[in-house]
Design a protein around this ligand. Structure first.
Ligand SMILES: [Zn+2]
Length: 285
């Protein structure tokens, strides 16, 4: 199935933008105004189209899934997940891990002018609200969500645990609400923790109105022992339209992503690939 079939077609929403009827503050008049006061022309309400947010889905029965972009364009989307689980937070609190924000990675992306899509867990946004705002205001980046606390959405998703079926929608909506509070340009792209989902999850989460972004190239930076295997994994497996998954939480979970990203970017650009966000990857021109 092509990517296009997955992407929900969302009709344009229309909103009435009406002028506000604010009352002027009364000021005491000591004398008559020297020029006649013009009566302002009545302002008509204007109907303006409001573009749906990228990734927004109108499919109320099944969450759409996007695994890659068009295969006929030399474009690739690098994506970065910001995991934060209850265990990871305990490590932060105890001081075992100093930070789960990989600043060196973000600095590298900015220095190389790499557009990127980032998927943030709700707990990560709670931990780093100021950084989330900075990322949201950087035109290079777009932000989506990655559930609240990075539990799995299938029974056996590595060691991530499982969100009970009746809590799935609330979990995903919680992260969306948090992102909306911090990011005026928040997208409706979403990523499942561990890439784990099944028909039940897609059905339960359809009302969230988001599109799941999968991948066709796992970056293998989780618990990597050096940058080289990450670089090789990405450069060996990408093709037109690829969506690459890497991680931006650093710490002990993804310690070499910052060192790997430079060679990856240079390698991809040397082969003629343009690096784009997920929204740019699927946009028709
Ligand atoms: Zn993750």
């Amino acid at each position: 199935m092509t990517w296009g079939k997955y992407v929900a077609v969302v009709g344009l929403l229309f909103a009435l933008v009406a002028c506000s009827n604010s009352r002027p503050v009364a000021t005491p008049q000591t004398r008559a105004p020297s020029v006649p006061v013009r009566t302002a022309k009545p302002v008509r309400p204007t109907v303006v189209p409001v573009q749906a947010k990228p990734g927004a889905s109108g499919n109320v029965k099944l969450m759409p899934v996007l695994d890659h972009g068009p295969r006929d364009r030399k474009q690739i989307a690098l994506t970065f997940d910001a995991d934060l689980t209850a265990l990871m937070r305990r490590r932060l609190v105890s001081g075992t891990v100093k930070s789960y924000y990989n600043k060196a990675l973000i600095d590298e992306l900015r220095a190389l002018h790499v557009p990127a899509t980032m998927f943030l867990t709700g707990m990560w946004m709670e931990q780093y609200p100021g950084i989330t705002r900075q990322l949201a205001n950087d035109p290079l980046f777009e932000l989506g969500t990655h559930t609240y606390d990075h539990r799995g959405f299938t029974k056996h998703c590595y060691t991530l645990g499982t969100v009970p079926r009746d809590q799935m929608l609330a979990d995903v909506r919680r992260a969306i609400t948090e992102l909306d509070q911090l990011d005026p340009h928040a997208t409706r792209w979403f990523r499942f923790p561990g890439g784990c989902y099944d028909a039940t999850a897609l059905h339960e989460l359809a009302p969230a109105g988001v599109t799941a972004v999968g991948l066709d190239v796992p970056g293998a930076d989780g618990f990597a022992k050096s940058p080289q295997p990450i670089i090789k994994q990405v450069l060996d497996h990408v093709q037109n339209g690829s969506i690459v998954v890497l991680h931006m939480h650093g710490g002990d979970n993804a310690p070499y992503t910052a060192q790997a990203v430079g060679p990856i970017v240079h390698g991809l650009r040397a082969r003629g690939y343009q690096l784009v966000t997920v929204t740019q990857l699927v946009s028709r021109r």
